[in-house]
Write a protein that binds this ligand. Structure first.
Ligand SMILES: *Cc1c(COP(=O)(O)O)cnc(C)c1O
Length: 347
């Protein structure tokens, strides 16, 4: 088979072989099933179609330089899905079930895992949503848990560590101060899509959200966390309405390893001017450097009121952090923390 050019794929859906699913009905999970049928048959009154009882996860299966396949901290994804489901007051898979079904999904789609040389990976998308018929305003009693996958290239569709531009969202919020921002819900994306589309139409790749109460400090990008480097410090926002990124959590450890001071604190917009390096981070984007952040009164406005520039190349510290984290994920660097879980070839 000819080698696929994953660089053009960016972060888009491409079919694979199979998905894995299980349903929780009246508090009991069905035995996980593998199917090549990618269509679900659902009741039209299923909660998912009405009140968005839905959460998801995102992880990658990486093919290492040694040819072995690794998952990165899947226990953290399992815990976060439980936390999201708990917020929605609906059943969640146990950690064991979550990880087992992710492993099954990787094994069932083994031939779709990109080669090490391609730099691409098999993205796993676990989803959990309400399926029992309901009209009344209630949390879902019965749920479907499914793990699906798609081979992905880099998020930007270009090479790794290629800087992208961002714009501050002054007139649209991603998450309310005491809202659902700290949970990985589809609803958070529904809420931010309109603003995201506006930013894209204006030519920006990323959208930087502020805290909704005061619009004075940085929260995160639409689908990834924010971190900056300044005077040997790794600085990232500390807010309950920011999604607790596993990549960010891991990078904080790696930063300490490199002798950087780690600060999780409020970052006021004005401080953007003082940062040496600014990045977005997450499973999908890995570390994506930000070359420029524009500020505008509204996203719709054509006038830029202020701009912050960080250069057209990835910063030296961000590059070091990138190499270490990707090195661990791909088996090039010692996995000091035991973050990787191996998946065996099913054949
Ligand atoms: C998933 C997600 C992230 C990144 O989290 P990782 O665990 O690092 O993949 C960041 N922000 C938002 C809003 C997300 O949904």
């Amino acid at each position: 088979m000819a080698e696929i050019d994953y660089s053009k794929r960016s972060f888009n859906y491409y079919p694979t072989n199979a998905i894995v699913f299980s349903k929780c009905i009246d508090g009991r999970w069905t035995k996980p099933e593998v199917t090549g049928d990618f269509n679900f048959s659902l009741h039209c009154f299923a909660g998912i179609f009405h009140y968005a009882p839905s959460c998801f996860e995102g992880m990658k299966a990486y093919r290492g330089a040694d040819g072995r396949v690794r998952l990165f901290r899947p226990d953290e994804n399992a815990k976060r899905m439980q936390s999201s489901a708990n917020y929605l007051d609906m059943p969640a898979p146990t950690m064991e079930m979550f990880i087992d079904m992710c492993v099954m999904c990787v094994q069932e789609n083994w031939d779709y895992i990109p080669s090490y040389e391609s730099g691409a990976s098999l993205y796993l998308r676990p989803v959990l949503f309400g399926i029992n018929p309901q009209l009344g305003i209630k949390s879902a009693k019965d749920v479907m848990f499914a793990v699906m996958s798609s081979a992905v290239g880099t998020y930007s569709g270009g090479k790794s560590l290629m800087p992208v531009t961002a714009v501050i969202s002054r007139n649209y919020d991603r998450a309310a101060t005491y809202g659902s921002g700290g949970y990985k819900l589809g609803a958070n994306y529904a809420q931010s899509l309109h603003a995201y589309n506006l930013a894209h139409r204006m030519g920006y790749k990323e959208l930087l959200f502020l805290d909704s109460a005061t619009h004075s400090h940085i929260e995160e990008f639409g689908s990834s966390n924010f971190f900056a480097i300044k005077h040997g410090c790794y600085i990232t926002p500390n807010s309950p309405s920011v999604l607790p990124s596993i990549t960010n959590k891991s990078l904080r450890k790696v930063a300490e390893e490199f002798g950087l001071k780690v600060e999780r604190r409020t970052i006021f917009i004005d401080e953007l001017e003082t940062f040496e390096e600014v990045n977005s981070c997450g499973t999908a984007v890995v570390i994506t450097p930000i070359s420029r952040i524009d500020d505008k009164v509204t996203l719709e406005s054509g006038t830029i009121t202020r701009e912050y520039r960080y250069g057209e190349e990835a910063g030296p510290i961000s590059t070091k952090l990138y190499n270490r984290i990707v090195g661990i994920q791909k088996g090039l660097e010692e996995d000091t923390y035991g973050w990787c879980m191996f998946v065996n070839d099913p054949k």
